[in-house]
Design a protein around this ligand. Structure first.
Ligand code: PSU
Ligand code: MN
Length: 309
């Protein structure tokens, strides 16, 4: 089940072997997406939400050069506090393993390790995509490449408007990534339930989404791609697009001024927006992550039932 540098927590390995529901969780959001100690509290709470809905949580990261699927509470604390945890997308994984470092996995790297471990459903906050100005910078997240190639369902709250949402949807279409919106006709934009773009496909609830995954990956079609499931933030927690707009524009301007590029772009923008909105954007972020964990757990439970037949 696991090689010497890929370790599954026994609880996760047992659940996968039995075909029981498991939900993968990423770690970049812990190390590079939220301030301490909110980040570690969030990581623990989200695992509990997954458990309460009948699935096994598997937070994923690289620790001391070992790719871990399923972490202990101490591992979560390390990821939240250690100064030398590298942000890791898929291409960084061999470097971390070969040199024995710590890495916090992005959506892309988490998907890859989840798939290696046999986990098919994954909850996160927001996915990466096509950055504004990508026509010149070529900055397009490796999350999209991974979703085109690895059969894992990623439950997010859509795409933050730090990105070009329209181009991100175009790119996902080209790459053949199915995009489902749960319970809405509008594609959501993280803090907001709408984005100005329609849902490419709408499904309502975990049962319908699990049936979609089963159709995609089952023996009839045998698709090998991932699935992007956009789950709008609950209405009570939403920040209307007009209210977050100013903070995002200012963060993008500061990004330009400082000349931040490459893998530092997304963490810079995330931290800058939190700073500019005070606690408000962080509260919304926490609410949508909880919501995504609950939805992903429900999908994993329904999908495990279908896949077992
Ligand atoms: N978008 C968010 N919150 C996040 C991220 C993106 O709203 O925490 C993180 C995720 O881990 C995602 C990564 O996979 O940033 C994308 O980074 P990049 O744009 O460098 O590919
Ligand atoms: Mn990038």
């Amino acid at each position: 089940m696991s090689g010497s540098l890929l370790h599954l927590l026994p609880e996760v390995a047992d659940a996968v072997a039995a075909g029981d529901p498991v939900v993968a969780l990423e770690s970049t959001i812990i190390s590079h997406g939220m301030p301490y100690p909110t980040n570690v509290a969030m990581a623990r709470e989200v695992e509990q939400i997954v458990r309460d809905r009948g699935a096994v949580p598997a937070t994923i990261a690289v620790l001391d050069g070992v790719a871990k699927v399923g972490l202990t509470s101490d591992d979560l604390e390390l990821l939240a506090t250690h100064p030398d945890v590298h942000k890791a997308t898929t291409r960084d994984l061999p470097w971390l393993l070969a040199t024995g470092r710590h890495g916090a996995t992005t959506v892309a790297a988490t998907m890859r390790l989840a798939a290696r471990a046999g986990v098919r459903v994954f909850a996160t906050g927001g996915i990466g995509g096509v950055h504004r100005g990508a026509g010149l910078s070529f900055d397009i997240s490796a999350d999209l490449t991974e979703m085109a190639t690895v059969p894992v369902a990623v439950v997010s709250a859509g795409v933050k408007s730090i990105l070009d949402i329209g181009l991100t949807l175009e790119r996902m279409e080209t790459l053949g990534i199915p995009v489902i919106v749960n319970g809405s006709d509008d594609f959501p934009s993280f803090y907001s339930r709408t984005s100005g773009f329609p849902a490419p496909r709408r499904l309502d609830g975990a049962e319908e989404i699990a049936a979609f995954l089963h159709a995609a990956w089952g023996p009839d079609l045998g698709l090998s791609c991932g699935v992007s499931i956009a789950n709008p933030i609950p209405a009570a927690d939403e920040i209307p697009a007009a209210e977050i707009h100013e903070a995002i524009e200012a963060a993008l301007a500061e990004l330009d001024d400082r000349g931040v590029v490459g893998q530092d772009v997304t963490p810079f923008l995330l931290a800058n927006v939190v700073e500019r909105t005070g606690g408000r954007s962080l509260d919304a972020n926490l609410a949508l992550v909880r919501n995504n964990a609950a939805t992903a757990a429900d999908i994993a439970v329904s999908h495990a039932r279908l896949a077992r037949r």
